[in-house]
Design a protein around this ligand. Structure first.
Ligand SMILES: NC(=O)c1ccc[n+]([C@@H]2O[C@H](COP(=O)([O-])OP(=O)(O)OC[C@H]3O[C@@H](n4cnc5c(N)ncnc54)[C@H](O)[C@@H]3O)[C@@H](O)[C@H]2O)c1
Length: 379
């Protein structure tokens, strides 16, 4: 385990845009954190943040900052995650990487191996695994409160926000895949995916994934979109006894458990005058949820893991499991077939798709303009 500063951890946030600036705010309330550094080539980021947090240190890149750090949170565009993480790990600095951990499973494995060799913490920012509503969903599945689990469905839709360097699958689906894996306590065995690009000439802005789990034996559907008139953040679980909806946009009663169901009616042969199914309608209950900020819980956990040597709940392996699903989904969308996760086992080459018409290369869902090598190499 790398040495840490006795007067408080020195934590840097690499990339202080929309999400990195939230980490900066949260880190300020953690007792074990001594100094906080903004690391961003855009000087406006440090300038804006220093108005609220005057003690912030500022660096234009990770090389300059590394000698002053015990830990970093990497909140930059996905194509930069691997090279930045490897640089920090090589210097013995603990790392949390925002979702997705990497843009290929091979890259994620390389990061995990490097962190193990260096004896530093590697964690992925799967924020929803620190969300009390998601804990509640998991408990309901574990206690079989819904009866037999029929299927799960998630929707993460909005108009935007389009990203520069990855498609909607790699931007939004990490949340849903991490929620599903966590709630089911399992990872899928295969993935089917259909995706398309409309408003953006190069990057897919609409995606539908179907994840097949074996244990429990259940199917989960994931709809992600940057091209929808309505903002939706919803997880639905349907069982034989009850149905539950987690609406992350609701200001209260984010989880609603519907005590309703449907069963096969009496077998009446060819009698078409009777309904084929019978319906049961009961109460709708909204369980109490612990009020905490998931990002706060997540960052506190990162700091605890550094100080105690605990393996993070969302470890590198957890991040890899999600990246494998994304990679399988991209491959499925490209090849029009179901892809088994075991096809991605080992350190096989990343799936590169040349789009000659647009003069671009897609390495999984990540776009590399003009056929030039991405940050990290094309293999
Ligand atoms: N966990 C969550 O709920 C959640 C939510 C939003 C975004 N994210 C993730 O956070 C990351 C950043 O997303 P965002 O929406 O904040 O993006 P953003 O574009 O708002 O910010 C990215 C920042 O990174 C900086 N940057 C780019 N390359 C850099 C480099 N090499 N070194 C240092 N800084 C660099 C940019 O100047 C910019 O300030 C992404 O991985 C995204 O998936 C996670």
């Amino acid at each position: 385990m790398a040495m840490t500063n006795v007067t408080g951890l020195r934590v840097g946030v690499v990339g202080c845009g929309y999400w990195g600036s939230k980490h900066i705010r949260v880190l300020h309330s953690l007792e074990s954190v001594g100094t906080i550094a903004v690391i961003d080539p855009n000087p406006d980021r440090a300038l804006q943040l220093s108005r609220n947090y005057p003690a912030l240190e500022a660096y234009k890149d990770l090389d300059e900052a590394i000698p002053h750090l015990d830990a970093v949170i990497i909140a930059t565009p996905p194509s930069t995650h691997k090279p930045l993480a490897l640089k920090a790990i090589a210097a013995g600095v603990h790392v949390m990487v925002e979702k997705p951990l990497a843009t290929t499973a091979a890259d994620a494995r390389e990061m995990i191996a490097a962190a193990e060799a260096a004896g530093v913490v590697l964690m992925v920012g799967h924020t929803f695994e620190y969300h009390s509503a998601v804990w509640q969903l998991r408990e309901m599945v574990q206690k079989k409160e819904l009866g037999d689990l029929y299927y799960l469905d998630t929707a993460r839709l909005n108009l935007g926000l389009y990203q520069h360097d990855c498609n909607v699958l790699f931007d939004l689906a990490p949340h849903d895949v991490s929620i599903l894996n966590y709630v089911l306590g399992a990872t899928p065995v295969s993935v089917q995916c259909w995706s398309s690009h409309h408003a953006n000439a190069k990057l897919e802005d609409v995606g539908y994934l179907r994840l097949h789990y074996k244990n429990p034996d259940v199917t989960a559907n994931v709809h992600v979109s940057w091209l929808d008139p309505c903002k939706v953040r919803r997880v639905t679980m349907v069982g034989s006894q009850k149905m539950v909806i987690f609406n992350d946009l609701a200001s209260e009663e984010r989880i609603k458990v519907h005590d309703k169901g449907v069963s096969q009616g009496p077998q009446l042969g060819d009698d078409l005058t009777q309904p084929p199914m019978s319906y049961r309608y009961g109460d709708v209950v909204s369980p109490h949820l612990v009020m905490n900020e998931p990002l706060m819980v997540e960052d506190e956990h990162f700091v605890d893991c550094i100080l105690t040597g605990l393996t993070p709940l969302t470890s590198g392996a957890n991040g890899l499991a999600v990246v494998e699903v994304l990679e399988a989904a991209q491959l499925s969308a490209t090849q029009g077939r179901e892809v088994l996760i075991e096809e991605l086992a080992g350190n096989g080459p990343a799936k590169v798709v040349l789009d000659k018409a647009n003069g671009v290369i897609h390495q999984n869902g990540v776009l590399h303009q003009n056929g030039s090598a991405p940050v990290g190499d094309l293999r």
